[in-house]
Every structure is written in structure tokens, then in C-alpha cells.
Design a protein around this ligand. Structure first.
Ligand SMILES: [Zn+2]
Length: 419
């Protein structure tokens, strides 16, 4: 189960200076870069890495003399210290700052998300910047608290990444909604009824297939001919957009539905998918499904955090090929899955969802046969009793790995620019 706590999600956008001069801002950033490099140079010469308080004594007056605000000065020497420390620990060479960038805390910036405006200061001048991005995208961050801002200048444009905090406190679940994904459908099972949602993955697939056809038709030329190359790129981009748009829409719908019923969402743990892709020779279908399933999982995780829906991950092995009743391998005839052992018959699409639902039940509600309305396990109950079996503990470790592998939302620590 995904643990409750604070998660981070970043708003990334290009910005334009609307009040103040861009040249002044770039000059401030240039001084920032220079000062950071000087701080690194000074720390690099020392035989031993000093404590933070010593670094403060050593560098703070110098940084203030460049005109930096107190917090900016602190950020500069903290960054310098972290860079020097990691370089020395890894026996690396002295870090060199190549990019103009700066980190800002809330003392040095204001954000007005409604008007897409951000104000910031590094030295003695405030600048007003406009966030350039789609309205719907920026709207998603409304009402959230922000934590830090990274500003950078590259390829002739200014970009910001604003890190927002999202509190995730999942409600107590009253049941599970298991989701099984294939290219055509997402099949949902809640313990009593099955529902199919049509995906748009096959539409994306046909775009990808057209791109591959073009590559086959012009096996030598496509790489060098701009017209063909452009068409291939457009097709790939459209395929990607179809997948991400649909995933986001579906994730929202399913999260709202789960919340309405008090359900937890149960998904397969997707870690082993990559191995399958290699096994399947990396065909276009497999590459797309890998991408699509990942995107769907990311989108669902992001939405469950937004709506405080509990989310569980279960072991994906054989979910579509074994009998949910007796565990024997199923035989498939046309669209049906039949168990020769106990006589279970079901539509082959639904078997996966039923098995996922059962696995969540066994793993989290205790022994087979206990009621699905067992109380949700939160951090307290998980840590206290010695009653949980080993399997579940192991399971949890696995899930935390999954969560780490999910890009969105990111924990703040991993959110660094490459200096
Ligand atoms: Zn059976």
C-alpha cells in the first residue's frame, strides 16, 4: 500500500519577464553562478570538509557583499557544500558550474497561481515573471502549498520548476476496486460486478504502426529525409499524446468513482513488465503497452494522491492464466476461460481483474475468506502488532520500490537540477 505522507509535484514551465528587465535578471543569475563557483573553489581548497556553521562564517559575508538576499546566500553555500562533499566522497574532480540557475525559497518569491504570475528576487530587485503553459495545467496546482523554486536559463529561455507539497491521507477503505489493463480495455472488478472501460491504446498503436510502415517503406532514406522524418515524429508524438491524455482522463474518472464508494484501487505491480518486452523481441505492440501501462499507473497514482484514495499493488504473476477459485491453470477457448479442475467459467478479460481483486484481499485483509471490509492498514497498525505474516512485510517492501520507480509525484530530494 502506498504510505500516507507528503508528496511533491512540480510545476514546470517556461517564464517570461513581464515587469523588470530580463537583462538585469540574467545579470543577477550570472553573479549567482559566479558566486556559487567561488564558494565551491573556496571549499575545495580545504583539507577537511567543514561543518555548516563554519561554512556560514566563512562564506556568508562574501556572498552578502555580492548583494544576495540572506536566504539566497544560504542556499548558495549549502549547494556549494553539497556539491563539494559529494565530489570528494566519490573521488571526483572539482565541480564546475555551467548553467545559470538558482534555487529560491518562499522568502524570495511569491506565486499567484490564478494569474500565472510569479515574483522573485535574488539580490536587490524584484522581477515579475509570467508562467507560460496551458491554463488547465497550471490550474492543477491551485490551492497547494509550494516549497521551493528552481529557476534556470538555457537555450535562450528562462524556465522554472516550482515544487508543490501534496498531503496524502488516504481514507479507510470499505472495499477494493481491482483494475486489469490490456491494450483494448481496463477491466474493473469490485467483488461483485465487472465493468469494462475502452482504452485508446489501439488508436495510439495504429499511429505507431504507421510510423513503422514509413520506416520500412524508406529503410535508408527516412533518417535523412526531413519530410519523412517529420511525419514519423508527428505520428509518434500523436500516439504519445493519445495515451497520456486518455490515461489522465481515465485516472480521474476512476479515482472519483473509487472515492464515491470508499474503495481502494488495486493495481498490478508493473516491475517485471520490462523483462517481458525483451522476451517479446521489443515489438511495437510491446513497446507501446509498456509505455501505456506505465503512464496509466503514473496517472492513477497521481490522481489517488490528489483524491486521497488508498492504492494497493499486488504481484502480477499469472493473474490472467490461473483459476481464481482453485489456482489451476485455465484453458482458453475463444473468449472464455475454463477451469478443467473445478468448472469455473468466465470471460477471459475478467479473470485478471478477479485475480487481482483476490490477491489484494489475501494480502491486506488477512487470511483467505475474511471479509473485504477489514479496516485499512495505516502506518500505526502496520508497525505495532507482530501478527502480520512475513509475506505481507515482504510485499510492502516491494510496493515501496514501485512507488520509488514512479516518476510523478517525486520526493523533493530527487528534484535537483544538474549543475
Ligand atoms: Zn478452478
Amino acid at each position: 500500500m502506498m504510505p500516507k505522507g507528503t508528496y511533491y509535484k512540480a510545476l514546470k514551465a517556461r517564464v517570461e519577464v513581464v515587469d523588470g528587465s530580463i537583462n538585469d535578471l540574467l545579470w543577477d543569475l550570472a553573479v549567482h553562478k559566479y558566486a556559487l563557483q567561488r564558494a565551491i573553489d573556496a571549499l575545495w581548497e580545504l583539507d577537511r570538509i567543514p561543518k555548516k556553521s563554519q561554512v556560514h562564517q566563512m562564506l556568508y559575508p562574501m556572498l552578502r557583499s555580492y548583494g544576495f538576499r540572506a536566504h539566497v546566500a544560504r542556499n548558495i553555500y549549502t549547494t556549494a557544500l553539497a556539491l563539494v562533499k559529494s565530489a570528494k566522497e566519490n573521488n571526483g574532480s572539482k565541480p564546475t558550474i555551467r548553467r545559470m540557475s538558482a534555487r529560491l525559497d518562499y522568502q524570495d518569491a511569491r506565486i499567484d497561481i490564478n494569474n500565472h504570475i510569479m515574483k522573485m528576487i535574488l539580490r536587490d530587485r524584484w522581477y515579475t515573471l509570467k508562467l507560460v503553459h496551458r491554463r488547465e495545467y497550471i490550474k492543477r496546482f491551485k490551492g497547494l502549498k509550494w516549497k521551493e523554486i528552481h529557476l534556470k536559463y538555457c537555450n535562450g529561455a528562462l524556465y522554472v520548476s516550482i515544487v508543490f507539497e501534496v498531503r496524502y491521507t488516504p481514507y479507510t477503505l470499505r472495499g477494493d476496486l481491482a483494475l486489469d489493463t490490456n491494450l483494448r480495455h481496463v477491466v474493473a472488478y469490485d467483488g461483485s460486478s465487472v465493468r469494462r472501460y475502452r482504452t485508446r491504446f489501439t488508436d495510439a498503436l495504429s499511429k505507431k504502426a504507421r510510423a513503422e510502415e514509413l520506416q520500412k517503406k524508406y529503410p535508408k532514406r527516412w533518417r535523412y529525409n526531413n519530410r519523412i522524418l517529420d511525419r514519423i515524429r508527428v505520428l509518434h508524438r500523436r500516439a504519445r499524446n493519445i495515451v497520456t491524455d486518455w490515461c489522465r482522463k481515465f485516472a480521474k474518472e476512476i479515482a472519483i468513482k473509487a472515492k464515491g464508494y470508499g474503495y481502494a484501487i488495486v493495481l498490478e505491480n508493473l516491475e517485471h513488465l520490462r523483462e517481458n518486452v525483451v522476451k517479446n523481441g521489443g515489438s511495437v505492440v510491446w513497446k507501446l503497452s509498456l509505455f501505456a501501462y506505465r503512464k496509466l499507473q503514473e496517472a492513477i497514482v497521481a490522481k489517488t494522491i490528489e483524491y486521497n484514495v488508498p492504492i494497493l499493488f499486488v504481484d502480477p504473476g499469472n493473474t490472467s492464466s490461473i483459476c481464481p477459485r482453485c489456482g489451476v491453470k485455465l484453458t482458453h477457448t475463444h473468449r472464455l476461460a475454463v477451469c478443467r479442475n473445478c468448472g469455473y467459467v468466465a470471460d477471459r478479460d475478467t479473470v485478471g481483474a478477479v485475480n487481482i481483486w483476490l490477491r489484494a484481499l489475501y494480502a491486506y485483509a488477512g487470511e483467505p475468506g475474511s471479509s473485504p471490509s477489514a479496516p485499512a492498514m495505516n502506518d500505526e497498525t502496520r508497525g505495532s502488532g507482530g501478527t502480520r505474516d512475513e509475506g505481507m512485510k515482504k510485499g510492502n517492501q516491494k510496493y515501496s520500490k514501485v512507488i520509488k520507480s514512479i516518476n510523478q509525484p517525486k520526493p523533493c530530494r530527487t528534484h535537483n537540477y544538474n549543475y
